[in-house]
Ligand binder design. Structure first.
Ligand code: HEC
Length: 299
C-alpha cells in the first residue's frame, strides 16, 4: 500500500468510528457555563457552594441516596466546607456537631436490656443512610437501587459536569403528555414513550430505540432512569439567602459531590504547588553550582 492510501484508510476508519459513536449513547456532559472553580491545577472548591450543596444533599437527595464513606466530621476537617481554624479538631466544631445531632441513627451498642435504640448522631459517625440495606432501598424505589453518592463523581464519566447536566437534563414536565409521550420536532423527529416509573434523560447512559417511534437511525441520545427530576426552583430555602434556582442547586450539589469524592483535593493542590516551587528553585541552584564547579575545568 502506498503511503497516501494508508492515510486515506486511516481517515476512513476515523470517520466510521466517529459516526458509530454518534449513533447512540448519552449526550456528552458539558457542565455549567464557565466550568467549576475547582478545575485545573490552581482550582479550589468554593466553600459557600459546597456548603449549599450539602444542604441540597441533606434536604433532597439524602431521602434516597446514602453516602456511606462520609462522616459528619469530614465537613469540618481542613479542606471541608465547614472547616474553622478555631476548631482544628472537627469533632469540636459546633456546626458539625449540630448537623450530626439532627440525624437519629441506630446505636451500635445495645442498652441495659439488650435493645438497640436510636440516638442523635455524633461527628464521628458516618452519614445516616436512608435505608437499612439495598433490598429495602430497591423496594422503596420500584426495584431500582439509588447508588451511594460518596464517590459518584469518580464513578461516572464527566464527574461533576455529569451530575450537573443529569439534574438539569430532564425534559420540562410540560413537554410530556399524560401517557408519558415526549414529542421531538427539531433535531429528531418522532415520539419517545416513558414507561411508568421511568424518566427520559439525554445524559443517562442507555438506549432510547425500543421506546422510539420515528427514524430508528436517528433516535434521541440518552436513556431512561428510575429517578424522577429532583430539582425545581425553590426546592430548598438556602440558609445563606442565595436564590435557589434549579441551576444553582444543581451547581452546588455537583460541587458538594465533587468535594465528597476528593475531600483532600485543596490540600493536595497546595502541596503540589509548593513542591513544584521547591523543585524549580532547586533546579536553578543545581544549574548554578554545576556551572561554578566546572568553571575552570576544560571538558
Ligand atoms: C425519591 C428518591 C430519589 C431522590 C430524592 C434522589 N434520587 Fe437519585 N436516584 C434515585 C434512583 C432510584 C436512582 C437509580 C435510577 C436507575 O438506576 O434507574 C437514582 C440515580 C441517581 C444517580 C445515578 C445516575 C447514573 O448515572 O446511574 C445520580 C447521580 C443521582 N441519582 C443523583 C441524585 C442527586 C444529586 C439527588 C439530589 C438532588 C438525587 N439523586 C435525589 C432516586 C432518588
Amino acid at each position: 500500500m502506498t503511503r497516501s492510501k494508508l492515510i486515506l484508510a486511516a481517515l476512513a476508519g476515523l470517520v466510521i468510528a466517529g459516526s458509530a459513536s454518534a449513533a447512540g449513547g448519552a449526550k456528552h456532559p458539558h457542565g455549567p457555563e464557565g466550568g467549576f472553580p475547582f478545575e485545573g491545577p490552581f482550582g479550589r472548591f468554593e466553600d459557600e457552594s459546597v456548603q449549599r450543596g450539602y444542604q441540597v444533599y441533606r434536604e433532597v437527595c439524602a431521602s434516597c441516596h446514602s453516602m456511606k464513606l462520609m462522616h459528619y466530621r469530614n465537613l469540618g476537617e481542613p479542606g471541608g466546607p465547614f472547616y474553622d481554624p478555631e476548631y482544628p479538631n472537627a469533632n469540636d466544631n459546633p456546626l458539625v456537631k449540630a448537623f450530626a445531632a439532627q440525624d437519629e441513627i441506630l446505636s451500635s451498642q445495645p442498652n441495659d436490656v439488650g435493645d438497640y435504640e436510636y440516638r442523635p448522631a455524633r461527628p464521628s459517625d458516618p452519614f445516616k443512610s436512608p435505608y437499612p440495606n439495598d433490598a429495602a432501598a430497591r423496594a422503596a424505589n420500584g426495584g431500582a437501587l439509588p447508588p451511594d453518592l460518596s464517590v459518584i463523581t469518580k464513578a461516572r464519566h464527566g464527574g461533576a459536569d455529569y451530575i450537573y447536566d443529569l439534574m438539569l437534563g430532564y425534559p420540562d414536565p410540560g413537554e410530556i403528555s399524560d401517557d408519558g409521550e415526549i414529542e421531538f420536532r427539531e433535531d429528531y423527529h418522532g415520539t419517545l414513550t416513558q414507561a411508568p416509573g421511568q424518566y427520559y434523560n439525554p445524559y443517562m447512559e442507555g438506549d432510547t430505540i425500543p421506546a422510539w417511534e420515528g427514524d430508528p437511525r436517528h433516535a434521541p441520545p440518552g436513556g431512561f432512569l428510575a429517578m424522577a427530576p429532583q430539582l425545581m426552583d425553590g426546592r430548598v430555602t438556602y440558609m445563606d439567602g442565595t436564590e435557589a434556582t434549579k441551576e444553582q442547586m444543581a451547581y452546588d450539589v455537583a460541587q458538594f459531590l465533587a468535594w465528597a469524592g476528593e475531600p483532600k483535593q485543596t490540600n493536595r493542590k497546595s502541596a503540589g504547588l509548593a513542591v513544584m516551587a521547591y523543585l524549580l528553585i532547586f533546579a536553578g541552584l543545581l544549574w548554578f553550582s554545576y556551572k561554578r564547579i566546572w568553571r575552570n575545568v576544560s571538558h
